[in-house]
Design a protein around this ligand. Structure first.
Ligand code: FAD
Length: 318
């Protein structure tokens, strides 16, 4: 069966959820194997987790290079393993770093690259990826016609499913190519205790309709009742009401959660570009003519300061 190589993203000694989604999707197009890089002592538990989600083999590589440099050591490792094992495809999470790794690996392999896939299926000549393009107005199916397909997949594209496999660990000694750019320091972001915006299964976003920075309290309360991340429109970010790191849209982050709640957001094309692939979209807006209502699954015409607290109370009561 075709071997599908999955790069396992991890943080704080745990596998990140998008990696489990990749392993689940990999099973639709072949037999997954996993690559765990720079995990130190956590490598064994990460490998066990990858095996639980279907990895027949887990390639493990370690070394200070993974900490001291940016993406190049990962590119070295992934390219080397893909070549040595003759894999049929390489899957990477569609994060900023993931896309850089994937592009560099594709270049080194002389292969085609597909980014931001939301679905994968087996085709006659290799994996077929579905992408959402032109601000999610169209869905396009693409296949790589040259070399080993390298595909980045958006978080939340599949629900992770376990499928225990052998998970045979193979330690790999990587021939690092070296890099002039070195990491000088890392500053962890101050945690809000909420899920990461791009990975969260639920996102609740506020827009100009929130009216002020203090207005985001109702958005945050609803988000917390749902275990969701908080997003914001550019109008709210430009007004200084919420950090830019939470902006959703063309010049913000791309999210694709199971549930997206837009409160006080009109639905401009640039905002839609960042959230239109969400599985279920709910909008709360007091203007029944707001364009956001053209794309929602559920719309509430009303004042968000009345609707959101009622929703939060209702969820809390369940
Ligand atoms: P508005 O369009 O002002 O909408 C506010 C909505 O709130 C209205 O529909 C109103 O009816 C409703 N409302 C008001 N009060 C209430 C209330 N009490 N209860 C319920 N509803 C209420 N935008 C992004 O979001 N992300 C981007 O990444 C982005 N990138 C851009 C890039 C470029 C190059 C450009 C030109 C623009 C970009 N924009 C982006 C801006 C975008 O065009 C819109 O201006 C922006 O999305 C509008 O934000 P909004 O919906 O919050 O505000």
């Amino acid at each position: 069966m075709a071997e599908i190589l999955v790069l396992v993203d991890h943080a704080d000694g745990a596998v990140r959820k998008p990696a489990l989604e990749l392993l689940t999707l990999a099973r639709r197009i072949g037999e997954p194997s996993a690559v765990v890089l720079g995990a130190g002592e956590a490598a064994a538990s990460l490998a066990a987790k990858a095996a639980e989600y279907g990895a027949a083999t887990v390639y493990v590589a370690d070394g200070p290079e993974f900490d001291e440099q940016l993406v190049v050591p990962k590119v070295d490792a992934l390219t080397q393993i893909a070549k040595d094992k003759g894999v049929a495809a390489v899957l990477v999470t569609s994060s900023g770093e993931g896309k850089e790794v994937a592009a560099r690996v594709a270049l080194r392999l002389g292969s085609g690259l597909i980014t931001d896939a939301v679905e994968l299926e087996a085709g006659a000549n290799g994996p077929v990826a579905t992408q959402s393009v032109f601000a999610a107005s169209y869905q396009v199916k693409s296949a790589v016609s040259h070399g080993v397909p390298v595909i980045t997949v958006k978080p939340n594209s599949a629900a992770p499913e376990t499928a225990p496999a052998a998970g045979a660990v193979e330690n790999v000694s990587v021939a690092f190519t070296g890099n002039a750019a070195r990491v000088v320091s890392r500053t962890p972001r101050v945690s809000t205790g909420r899920p990461e915006l791009t990975e969260s299964a639920i996102v609740v976003s506020g827009g100009r309709g929130v009216g002020a920075a203090e207005g985001f309290a109702v958005v945050e309360k609803l988000a917390d009742s749902l275990g969701a991340a908080v997003g914001a429109s550019r109008a709210a970010v430009d007004a200084g009401w919420y950090p830019h790191s939470n902006q959703v849209g063309q010049t913000g982050k791309q999210v694709s959660p199971q549930l997206y709640v837009a409160a006080g957001i009109s639905g401009a094309i640039q905002h839609r570009a960042g959230m239109q692939t969400s599985k279920t979209i709910v909008a709360v807006n007091k203007d029944a003519e707001a364009p956001i209502f053209d794309l929602v699954d559920y719309g509430v015409v009303g004042d968000l300061f009345e609707v959101l607290p009622q929703l939060t109370d209702e969820i809390g009561a369940r």
